[in-house]
Write a protein that binds this ligand. Structure first.
Ligand SMILES: Nc1ncnc2c1ncn2[C@@H]1O[C@H](COP(=O)(O)OP(=O)(O)OP(=O)(O)O)[C@@H](O)[C@H]1O
Ligand SMILES: [Mg+2]
Length: 1160
């Protein structure tokens, strides 16, 4: 059969227990992982637990250094492992140091210390939580934790078999394990109740089922198997208890030095006054005959009062209501009252109850009639075919009936109690759970007088020993053989022979006993003994006085038989065997109980029982069947073992009785177990299971191995680097010798599992996110569609509005010339607005700009007004911007214009050129001249060329104009002075030459004649001269030629013409010939500019006609700028052009250039 990790043995590797354990890997792919990493990892398995590595290491180191002193922690490491003395020495050494736990592989040997050791604290629990079994010193917690973790990882059921003789510490161990689970398992608020109930079921069951015996002050007088149910997260979620054969006889009889069940003493000692009064009890155990037979009602080691409080509290936690509690203690009190009933014999020898008070109390507490009860306790109903006859009982029979009733109601109440606890522990959730079973059964016991109960108890222990042998020694060795593993068999004592002696069908002791019980007439305990002698007399493990040899006979009474149990010889006294096995209760008593108003009694005695004619099964047979059931339950689970040893018989701390311990070591088969462990393999698994678990560690086997599993396992172990001595391959299983090998594999698997889990997680996350993404995408598409819908609707509305607006607009347009009405009001407003806005853009930029945006009909008046305002404003702004100097300049220019405009060539070019104040600085004029004319302010000076009047010889002169006269200056001489008042006039030609003649009166002697001068700035000079002389009207522009006075009465002529080069010379005809350069004549430039502009205008008109109004308007303005540049100086042309453009733009007429357009 397969084994769990809980069963793994440990070998030499643990010499260095405590050293950090490394997964061996030199050439294998198992990664090296120190224990610390594993611990950290495992820590997470347990909620809230924080196992500190440092603390563990401290412990481990402590364990190492203390090893010699405290012996070896695992017997497997014992050098002389076959020596019983070495085994005992080690055990003793450790016991002396209060180290009560030692391993044999994974089996835990525990020695009862009989004192409180500080090893069960929550701190200790924390240390052992989630730590590998071999990493810490041996402890019950390590074993419990190992079973728990294996259960969680392998998801299977477990049980912990706690065995040992009475007083060895089984019950204590089972309680400690339960506490460990209660503290360390994950727990929610809801589960806290389950946890408390599991814990508190113990004190209740112990109160009702434990008693002080000679061997143990808290001896379990019933067998208990408790399943703790765990959910997949490892939380304790429920429980179930099976109880086995309660020693009922203790209710009515206790040996000397023993007590009845604790609950009686607890009630009497601790019960509240009111309760006792209600129950009719007194606070004194000595008053109750059922409590004083052992003469030790008070025991120093037991505190009944405080235990009472614990039980009371536990009952309410386990869901007992006040009614239940009342009825329960009613029964307990009834039993005490029953025990106090005394019988007297009447004159016929029939039993009569001496004092009715007890019966009355019982009738009150059990809710039955006093008379009926009284009759039932003194009579027996005999059923014949025709009728039922009441036959009075004699005193002995009456006591028997009384005791039988007491045992029956107590026994059945105990069963009811277990069922009630089970109800409260039951988990209603149907999901699958795993369980850990705790088996704490009465231990093997030997008393001075041993009766039926001891027989049953010891038989039970034989069965469990048999199970242990089956699971560890026998089947293990058989398995090696079966699997073809080389093996040298280990001899051990197989107690099957004793089990058979007791339970064999037809031939076993139980069968013989039953037979005698069923036999009608004459069957007694002694006839039973005789039958035994007949049937099993020659069995090597059975002896009676009659069968024994001389020596043995001395130790046996005639009514005794002796069994040689695996744990030792026990002599049983047959007296009472038949009665106890029959467990008879008179029918009329049962009838009374069925009618009880005490609800518990009512549930315990069902009327159906009365109807049944079938003889109930005997106690021994029932017990046998229940043990068969128990073995079945256990074999279906993975076992862990705790073997409890009793160090001495005196319940003393610190005393190690070698003989006693040696005896226990022997009968518990510990030496054989050790030998098998040493020689055997720690772990085995079917190939399929092993492969299934660890296949992820090898690429060949992951994810699927298609070939035979054995080959797969071989491939796997080779790949992960098992050494040949570490494992063996059987027919169907792999055997691993050392736990370290398996642990290393397991650890590697844990790492691998995490990695795989991470991968799966990643995939799953990806899958989920993808799903989420798709969802979001769908949502986005939907939103988009909706939003597009919204936009489209909005657009449609806009379009509708636009259509409406356009319609209105068109209508408005059609009605534009009508008087203001609804149809055109808006349109006209729009037109007005639009016109004004456009006008804003096209306002004339300067005073000369005469353009004005053509107004729509409705705006004509307004436009006209605006135009005027705009013009006026521009003019005002312009005028305000003119400075005094500029004004003077302009005035001069006006004069120039009046004189020359349209008369003299070259004039337009001078228009934009401003006049200068003077062309001669004072420095350029000779000092003498300056002195001479210092009384007059010099207004203007310019270099000129003077032509002689006769020879026309050119002479450079300076013309200096003062306030009163014009001076002709040659160096330091004033050659001529012409007073303005006498100035007759000035003549210039119409050509572009710079010649001008100053006409002076000849009558004056001083004056020689007219002065012919030439200067570069003729317009400026002439203008200044005539303005200074105030002779604007005296300037003549002559065409062709002019006359001048040479001297009084003599005239000369100057002819003007144009030529390539400017020249002045005396012509042959004696005239002065002035040739003006043929510059860009007005005509030529006009023609050139005109053709360019015409072309541009044509294009503009085209653009206008094609409707691109605004753009073209813009271009037009650009063109205007261009034209202005082209004909910069020809302001007349500009003027004309402006007007023309204006006409084009406003559509008032056709262009001046139409003729050009048509020719172009
Ligand atoms: N680990 C322990 N530490 C301290 N004391 C212990 C321990 N185990 C047992 N004892 C002591 O030994 C007594 C007997 O132990 P326990 O009741 O567990 O024995 P048992 O094996 O259940 O006996 P039985 O078969 O009679 O029920 C306990 O009451 C307690 O005083
Ligand atoms: Mg016990």
């Amino acid at each position: 059969m397969s084994r769990s990790r809980a069963e793994l043995g440990r070998s030499e590797y643990r010499t260095a227990i405590g050293l950090v354990f490394y997964i061996r890997k030199v050439s294998s792919p198992l990664s090296i992982q120190p224990v610390s990493t594993r611990l950290t990892k495992e820590r997470h398995i347990y909620k809230g637990s924080e196992v500190r590595l440092s603390r563990i290491q401290l412990n481990m180191e402590g364990a190492l250094t203390a090893r010699d002193r405290v012996g070896i922690q695992d017997f497997v490491l014992l050098d002389s492992y076959t020596s019983e003395s070495a085994f005992l020495d080690n055990l003793r050494k450790r016991f002396r140091e209060n180290l009560i736990y030692t391993y044999i592989g994974t089996l835990l040997v525990s020695v009862n210390p009989y004192k409180d050791l500080e090893i069960y604290t929550p701190k200790q629990m924390e240390i052992y939580m989630g730590v590998n079994f071999f990493e810490l010193p041996p402890h019950l917690y390590a074993l419990a934790d190992n079973a728990y973790r294996t259960m969680l990882t392998e998801y299977n059921n477990h049980f912990i078999l706690i065995s040992g003789e009475s007083g060895a510490g089984k019950t204590e161990a089972s309680k400690k394990i339960l506490q460990y689970y209660a503290v360390t398992c994950p727990c929610t608020e809801q589960l806290q109740t389950v946890r408390d109930r599991l814990l508190l079921s113990n004190p209740v069951l112990e109160a009702f089922g434990n008693a002080k015996t000679l061997r143990n002050d808290n001896s379990s007088r019933f067998g208990k198997y408790m399943d703790i149910q765990f959910d997949f997260k490892g939380a304790a979620v429920g429980g179930h208890i099976l109880s086995y054969l309660l020693e009922k006889s203790r209710v009515v009889h206790q040996n000397h030095g023993e007590r009845n069940f604790h609950i009686f003493y607890q009630l009497v000692e601790g019960g509240e006054e009111e309760l006792l009064r209600w129950l009719g009890l007194e606070r004194n155990c000595q008053h109750y005959s059922y409590l004083v037979q052992g003469e030790c009602a008070k025991v120093s080691s037991i505190n009944d009062k405080s235990n009472w409080r614990t039980v009371r509290k536990a009952l309410s936690v386990i869901d007992f209501n006040e009614n239940d509690i009342e009825h329960l203690f009613g029964i307990i009190a009834s039993v005490l009252h029953l025990g106090n009933i005394q019988y007297d014999a009447d004159n016929k020898g029939s039993a009569v109850i001496g004092n009715n008070a007890e019966v009355r109390w019982i009738s009150k507490l059990l809710g039955v009639s006093v008379l009926v009860l009284q009759e039932a306790l003194t009579h027996r109903k005999i059923e014949t075919r025709a009728e039922e006859v009441l036959s009075p009982l004699n005193v002995d029979q009456a006591y028997y009936a009384r005791d039988a009733l007491a045992k029956a109601i107590y026994g059945r109440t105990f069963t009811w109690l277990v069922n009630k606890i089970n109800e409260s522990l039951a988990n209603q959730d149907p999901s699958r759970k795993t369980v850990i079973g705790l088996l704490d059964i009465y231990g093997f016991e030997v008393f001075y007088i041993n009766s039926f109960e001891q027989f049953c108890i010891n038989y039970c222990n034989e069965k469990l020993q048999q199970l242990f042998i089956q699971l560890t020694l026998k089947s293990e060795q058989e398995e090696y053989e079966l699997e073809g593993i080389e093996w040298e068999p280990v001899q051990y004592f197989n107690n099957k022979i004793i089990c058979d002696l007791v339970e064999e069908k037809y031939r076993g002791i139980i069968s013989v006993l039953d037979e005698e019980c069923l036999r009608l007439g004459g069957a007694t305990d002694l006839t039973f003994l005789e039958k035994l002698e007949e049937t099993v007399g020659n069995h090597p493990h059975f002896v009676t006085h009659k069968l024994a040899n001389q020596k043995t006979r001395k130790t046996l009474e005639r009514g005794d038989f002796r069994l040689l149990h695996y744990a030792g010889e026990v002599t049983y006294c047959v007296i009472g065997f038949l009665d106890k096995n029959n467990d008879l209760l008179y029918r009329n008593i049962k009838e009374v109980m069925c009618k009880s108003r005490n609800l518990i009694v009512k549930q315990c005695f069902m009327p159906s029982e009365l109807d049944s004619r079938k003889r109930p099964e005997t106690v021994a047979t029932q017990f046998k069947s229940s043990l068969v059931g128990l073995i079945k339950i256990l074999t279906a689970k993975e076992p862990s073992y705790v073997r409890c040893l009793k160090p001495n018989d005196g319940k003393q701390a610190g005393r190690f009785d070698d003989v006693l311990v040696r005896h226990q070591v022997k009968y518990l088969g510990l030496m054989e177990h050790l030998r098998v462990r040493r020689a055997g393999f720690a772990y085995r698994r079917r190939y399929e299971i092993f492969l299934q678990r660890y296949k992820s560690l090898c690429p060949d086997t992951w994810p699927h191995w298609r070939g035979p599993p054995a080959e797969g396992v071989e491939r796997l172990v080779k790949y992960i680097g098992y050494k040949p001595d570490e494992y063996k391959l059987g027919r169907t299983k792999i055997f691993i010798r050392y736990p370290r090998t398996l642990f290393a594999t397991e650890d590697a698997f844990q790492i691998c599992k995490n990695e795989l889990a991470t991968k799966i997680q990643a995939k799953y996350k990806g899958y989920r996110v993808k799903g989420e993404y798709h969802k979001q995408k769908q949502a986005a598409i939907k939103i988009e569609a909706c939003f597009r819908g919204v936009l489209a609707r909005r657009n449609r509305k806009k379009r509708e509005w636009a259509v409406c607006t356009i319609k209105k607009f068109i209508k408005g347009f059609m009605y534009r010339n009508q008087p203001l009405c609804d149809e055109n009001a808006k349109y006209l407003n729009f037109v007005r607005y639009n016109y004004l806005m456009r006008l804003r853009e096209y306002l004339p930029k300067h005073v000369l700009d005469k353009t004005w945006l053509k107004p729509p009909a409705v705006m004509e008046t307004t436009s006209e007004m605006l135009h005027k305002i705009c013009y006026r404003t521009m003019v005002r702004r312009y005028v305000r911007g003119v400075s005094t100097q500029r004004k003077a300049q302009l005035q001069l220019k006006v004069v120039t214009s009046a004189i020359f405009k349209g008369k003299k060539e070259g004039y337009p070019q001078t228009v934009p050129k401003p006049f200068t104040d003077t062309r001669l600085s004072e420095q350029e004029i000779n000092m003498k001249v300056l002195q001479m004319i210092r009384n007059e302010r010099i207004k203007y000076g310019t270099p000129v060329v003077k032509y002689d009047r006769n020879g026309y010889k050119p002479r450079p002169r300076q013309l200096v104009l003062t306030q009163g006269a014009a001076y002709m200056v040659e160096e330091a001489k004033i050659k001529q002075r012409v007073e303005y008042a006498t100035l007759k006039g000035v003549s210039v030609s119409s050509l572009s030459d710079g010649v001008f003649v100053i006409h002076v009166p000849c009558e004056e002697n001083k004056q020689k004649g007219d002065v012919i001068l030439q200067c570069d700035h003729v317009f400026e000079t002439v203008t200044k001269l005539c303005v200074l002389a105030n002779k604007q009207n005296s300037v003549k522009v002559v065409q062709g030629s002019m006359k001048f006075t040479i001297q009084p009465g003599k005239e000369g002529i100057i002819d003007f013409s144009t030529g390539q080069e400017p020249m002045v010379y005396k012509a042959k005809n004696g005239h002065l010939m002035v040739v003006a350069p043929r510059t860009k004549s007005t005509e030529q430039s006009s023609k050139l500019s005109l053709s360019v502009c015409t072309e541009l205008l044509r294009k503009s008109q085209e653009a206008l006609a094609s409707g691109r109004t605004l753009r073209e308007e813009f271009r037009l303005s650009q063109l205007e700028a261009l034209v202005r540049m082209l004909v910069e100086n020809e302001d007349e042309f500009v003027d004309v052009l402006h007007k023309d453009l204006h006409k084009v733009r406003t559509g008032e007429g056709t262009s001046l250039f139409d003729s050009h357009l048509s020719t172009a």
